[in-house]
Write a protein that binds this ligand. Structure first.
Ligand SMILES: O=C(CO)COP(=O)(O)O
Length: 141
């Protein structure tokens, strides 16, 4: 089963919830993980068990980043708010960075999320290419 991580800043939570409700069927057979407040709201919106990590400012972004590095996340939806500053901005940047490092599909706005959710590649059999970091590991050893 695919695991999707969902995160939204306060100014973007309503937009994420509206988008998730519009695609409720898509999420029924997916495992969902989210930062604390986002997760609780998703729980109610989808009537589905969402794994709630810590709230973003308290380390939730970093927890999702760690799950990405452990290759436990297939897709990240992160509606971050470009019009407000966040006390944990370094964590936000780190999460997006790890999604890119591990070649995870990332949707940072509704338009991109629409593309991914309707893509034929998003079917159960799609496997992203996992980067080969063996040379990095050698270089760092
Ligand atoms: O701050 C967040 C992501 O950076 C989101 O955290 P919450 O879901 O706990 O509001």
């Amino acid at each position: 089963m695919k695991t999707i991580a969902l995160v939204a800043h306060d100014g973007k939570k309503a937009e994420l919830l509206e988008w998730v409700r519009a695609h409720a069927d898509f999420f029924q057979d997916k495992q969902l993980v989210a930062t604390g407040t986002t997760g609780r709201l998703l729980n109610e919106a989808l009537n589905k068990d969402v794994m709630c990590l810590a709230s973003g400012p308290l380390g939730g972004d970093q927890q999702i980043g760690a799950l990405i590095a452990e290759q436990k996340i297939d897709w990240l939806v992160f509606f971050w708010d470009p019009l407000s500053s966040q006390p944990h901005d370094p964590d936000v940047k780190a999460l997006i960075r790890l999604a890119v490092v591990w070649n995870i599909p990332v949707a940072c706005n509704k338009a991109t999320a629409d593309f991914i959710v309707t893509s034929s590649l998003t079917g159960q059999n799609y496997q992203r290419t996992v980067p080969d970091f063996s040379q990095h590991n050698n270089r760092l050893a």
